[in-house]
Design a binder for this molecule. Sequence first.
Ligand SMILES: [Fe+2]
Length: 474
Amino acid sequence: MEYTFIGHQSWLIEEGNTKILLDPLLEDTFGFDQRYGIEVVPPRIVGEGIYKDIDAILLSHEHSDHFHLHSLNKISRKTPVYVGCLTIQPLIDAVEKLGFTVHKLKSREKIIIGGLEISAYQAHPKTVLWESRVYQFLFRSFKNNYSLFIAVDALISKDFEQDIYNKDIPQPDSILISNNSQIPPKGVTGSLDNLKIPENENRARMGALGLRLVKGIIINYSDLVHDLEHIILCGGGFMKTGDTFGEFMMSNQGKVAQLAAPLFPDKKIDGAVPGMVFRNGELLEERSINISENIERSIALKEKFLNFLQCPEWNLKAVSESSLFSFQECCEKILSEVLSKHHQIMASEFGRILVSTGNPNECFALTLIDGNTKLEKNFSYNWKTNNWKEIGNVENIPFGIRAIALDFFYVVIGKIQIWDIAGLAVSSWYDPVLGNNPIKYSPMGFIYSLFGEHFNTNHFEKLCNEQIKEISIV
Ligand SMILES: [Fe+2]
């Protein structure tokens, strides 16, 4: 079995003449709107050989770094597309509108495509809500029985874990792990930074994550798949086009793997770089002829990175261009939209922690920023009366979110996705003593859940339809 890394979390898996694409990102950028485009890093150019004569496409879930209609548009419509049966309907509709036939797989369901047996596995139920509909895949070669498990985004599937425990399937020979930890520079917020456990601060915005998370992931996975010898890290291979800090936002998985290797002397850890080809767990010296480095872009990003190092100032940055909507209008819409979700807030883990503060009027704050004038307004939420109150400062409020108003406004009206502004135009803080589980109690984690695609399927449908319109016009 051969597997070629296309970038971020896209893979081509081959056995003889059989070719399967997983979550194809084939263009330089992805996302639902060019203006808020997200660039694949390290920059690379994907040749036609990667997506020609494909036997099947697997789509793990709906997030825009895994599901990209413009990339699917490059592939023959005769290619069957497989998704998990919990995949949200607008994704299936959009792929069918492009002219593909979509097949739904149950957890543990097996399909045979040429020389490969592929089993779908539903994400572990303890996975964070916004990744809970992910499907992971086990590939087995008929030729030599070699097996590869691809643990996309979520915690490793419970069904998969049980199948191994019951010896229904052998342990996989290799595992591909999504490492989305990202290693941004000190002071810069990556998409996941708001979920960090802080080190020295009472009110946390930052802290070291990077390698600590990688170590956690590998230990977790090794516990479950204990004899596992070969691990490949991928993921985090993107940056927002509007950022000011160059390559920082991606996890250079090659470097991460080098740093992580001494922590696990009994394992072989590789970090995937676009164009790398693995054959039955061995990294081949020769890179894929179908993927080449985008040298011009790489140089530009390195320059950006060096400029940032010389002047490492960072603050929230607007991703949207100026618009007809006033700061006041944006604030009003955001505040009323959050109020309309009162029952969801109160029924969540985040709501519980707000109640546990014993202070209904000073537990959660929202700071909204005018992207043009930098004027900031602070609001405090009262869960008892379901109301907002404008306040002077947020010093004593244990949980809160800071956001560029127009960007957050676009998210709430469904023009862009929460992921378009995560780590760039929005950040959050939380009290680590009151809410010591950042996944459960970080306001940002809560916002990801509240505005993620699985809750806002109508918004997602609208975004897909706009993209299909764009594709048909071209
Ligand atoms: Fe995801």
